[in-house]
Design a protein around this ligand. Sequence first.
Ligand code: AMP
Ligand code: ZN
Length: 672
Amino acid sequence: MKEKEQILKLREELSQHNHSYYVLDKPTITDFEFDVKLKQLQDLEANHPQLFDSTSPTQRVGGEVTKNFQTIKHAQRMYSLDNSYSKEDLMDWEARLHKMVDGPIEFTCELKYDGASISLTYENGVLVQALTRGDGTQGDNVTANIKTIKSVPLKLEGNYPSKFEIRGEIVLPFAGFKALNQEKIAAGEEPYKNPRNTASGSLKLQHSTEVARRPLECLLYSVVGENTGIKTQFDNLEKARSWGFKVPSVAKISDSIESVLEFVNYWDLHRHELPYETDGVVVKVNNLFHQAELGFTAKAPRWAMAYKFKAEQVSTRLEYISYQVGRTGAITPVANLTPVELAGTIVKRASLHNADQIKKLDIRIGDWVYVEKGGEIIPKIIGVDIDHRTQDSEKSIYIINCPECESLLVRKDGEAQHYCPNDMGCPPQIIGRIQHYISRKALDIEGLGGETVALLVNAGLIRNYADLYELTADQIIHLDRMASKSADNLVNGVQASKEVSFERVLFGLGIRYVGETVAKKLAKHYKSIQALSEATLEDLETVDEIGTKIAESVVVFFKNETNIRIVSRLILYGVQLKLSDEVLFNQTVKLQGLRFVVSGVFDSVSRNELKELIDSNGGKVVSSISAKTSFLLAGSNMGPSKRSKANSLKVPIISEQEFLEMLHTPIYSTKN
Ligand code: AMP
Ligand code: ZN
């Protein structure tokens, strides 16, 4: 069929032009010619709906409307990066690396593109999914919008793995940003503030046609997935480029931190010559085996480090200081500033952290202060312009009473923060605790948000999180802005939260210093709230990674009558306050007292699974070999010096098979 061939030919041709124009920055035909051909293809496709292809260049114009973006779990978590600001930070990092991997370490230096992170999935060379980073564990499905970005290949070339994910950054180049803003201004509208927010906002637009109109670009930096055949990060970049992705050519391999710093210093000066915004350099351990050895902390890979370019600074006037009360009663002083533009956003407020900080900087009302924006969202005050100070200026006096409930504030020895002790009567604390309880990483109650919690508390319907379980739709419906459907949703969401696992409930209780990780540890160790509430200070301190501060806080929490009553009520309502049978079943003490170093690459189970197995069977995973190590669990490609260290310290080296057999033997005797 002649028209079929014509369609295929046009698709191929237009894809090539797209690639030349948007990825290689080398246009091969004029825009006009392109549009004519695209129109031709659209007409032909309209006549042959049976030849539909989701990767056709005509699909890029958009048309899909997404009302609610679906939330999807990432196959592999999207981490943040650790930050460094000096040569010393980088040297410290390098020293830590050398403790964990053998031999020389090479680095790749890349620019840190400042936009919105994205994770793309390709199957058999076709783009099937695009997710935003979200909270790192799950993101929003923005595939329809991403397809409109011309530098995102819909179909790959060359020799790519059958299935993989690739990560990158959606940016809005300066030129595009400027053009968009000219349109805005011409239309009499408020211009966009900065390219980064505009880029991330664009991803969540409901009309993909609107996204197609925005000159966004997608810059890729990392392929993830098993069996990709890639051995180094630098290779990662080159391979991705060869499959048709836009991968900036500014990247280099360094064999020392000195060489890394040359790259940093060069780009710190020259970054403004780049077509898009960058906020630093990302340094990564080049060898992917090394990366696997190093693994991740709770927040970031150990094998990567962002080096932030020096933050921008401005000076402005401090108008007054206000005070916020957090859910734990902690008081945070806030500087209210004469609005000023800094790094593309208008700054009005800055955190002052605590009374010591105010004293140290001697910050006074009316002062001209220097404000800096580092990696954090909230800018900070780094100093005062004393020369600008007026004669009548007076030292700041910290508040004595809670700004919300008038209680006398307390400050414990050794603590920087002042606290409002009225935890049961101070409104922001009451509301804050419930908001924490329902938050995403805790009970994640669907149909209930932070503002509704405040409404419910202020209406006198709830005073603590246990009260949530007695709410009825009838009560809620009388609240402002509450439709009957949302009232039902709320009640159902509360009921559904009874399925949430013990560790998350424990986190949700909001015991001071018991964050996500600590809650996990405590849940695993004590297995039930009953056992945890009976634990003594000494007992708690024997738990791995639980120090005195946390232990004390747990004991104090369970001594409090009100807390005891609330927790008992939660148990009554059926909230999970012990580990489920399934979790208990998989937990043993077979490896109690054993310390493992896990190194190399494994076949049948992933390294993380191995670590979890060790953990859930009572063993401990440590990162470097010492005389106290019980076993070195070795996969393939382990460094030779690990082996010789294990040998010289007489640490037995076991294979993955031997380890798994260990789990099948009833009790394994301890070495120490
Ligand atoms: P942060 O959000 O400051 O923790 O930085 C982590 C983010 O930097 C990642 O989620 C990426 O989206 C972004 N990023 C930008 N450029 C790169 C790069 N070359 N390599 C890795 N991450 C990058
Ligand atoms: Zn108070």
